[in-house]
Design a protein around this ligand. Structure first.
Ligand SMILES: CC(C)(COP(=O)(O)OP(=O)(O)OC[C@H]1O[C@@H](n2cnc3c(N)ncnc32)[C@H](O)[C@@H]1OP(=O)(O)O)[C@@H](O)C(=O)NCCC(=O)NCCS
Length: 194
């Protein structure tokens, strides 16, 4: 059998129709880890994925036939590149694709430049918070977070995510990060810190 090879590349319009199934497949692993029922999660609305694509903030992991088996969709929120979703289809997990997708977003954030890459995730699931921490993300407590990100976290919790488990994490990417600045502060600070 030929070993599978993958490419990480910008998402294309022709990929968009395949991404909901990737996300549904990935969510089985998420719910298993959460200890919840094997249910189908809501997927990102198509318009949200399209907006990421239109903004050039969609990356895809494609198999050797160029079929999408994973994706990362992000949006720009002031000075943050916010990862809205990263999903890898179940049969392609644990092959390093999640790590490579985050790296692609991070490389973009550094080049753009954004001040930081941000995401919300589960505190305990091994391939969520603990993994992000291993690659340099840090939790920012809601009360210390910029208003835009704090609001996103609050909306997720209001929509049913467990408040004790859902966390906001940031990784500064600005090349000349001043170590005396708060984690979320950056060169393009927009006053979004109320
Ligand atoms: C999170 C996700 C995208 C990672 O994709 P992946 O291609 O399997 O990731 P990788 O192979 O790059 O592994 C990433 C890390 O998670 C760990 N990991 C992956 N799956 C794991 C599992 N089932 N149990 C424990 N650790 C796991 C890996 O060991 C790796 O850590 P390391 O590089 O320090 O060893 C994928 O598991 C997924 O789609 N999960 C469901 C949706 C989800 O949770 N999305 C993230 C929301 S914030």
């Amino acid at each position: 059998m030929i070993p599978e090879t993958y490419a990480i590349r910008p998402g294309r319009e022709s990929d968009l129709g395949a991404l909901a199934d990737v996300e549904r497949s990935a969510s089985v692993t998420y719910f298993e880890a959460l200890g919840g029922p094997r249910q189908t999660a809501d997927v990102l609305p198509a318009a949200v994925v399209e907006a990421s694509h239109a903004a050039g903030l969609l990356w895809v992991a494609a198999d050797r036939r160029d079929v999408p088996v994973g994706f990362l969709a992000a949006e720009a929120i002031n000075d943050f590149l916010f990862v809205k979703e990263v999903s890898v289809a179940r049969e392609h997990q644990r092959a390093g694709l999640g790590r490579r997708l985050i790296q692609a977003a991070e490389d973009h954030a550094r080049a753009a430049p954004y001040g930081a890459i941000a995401l919300t995730t589960d505190r305990f699931i091994p391939f969520n918070g603990p993994f992000y921490e291993r690659i340099g993300f840090r939790e920012v407590r809601a009360e210390q977070a910029p208003l835009s990100l704090r609001t996103l976290l609050a909306q997720e919790i209001a929509s049913g995510f467990e408040g004790k488990r859902r966390i906001l994490m940031l990784k500064p990417v600005a090349a000349l990060q001043d170590s005396t600045m708060p984690l979320y502060a950056s060169r393009r600070q927009t006053g979004d810190r109320a």
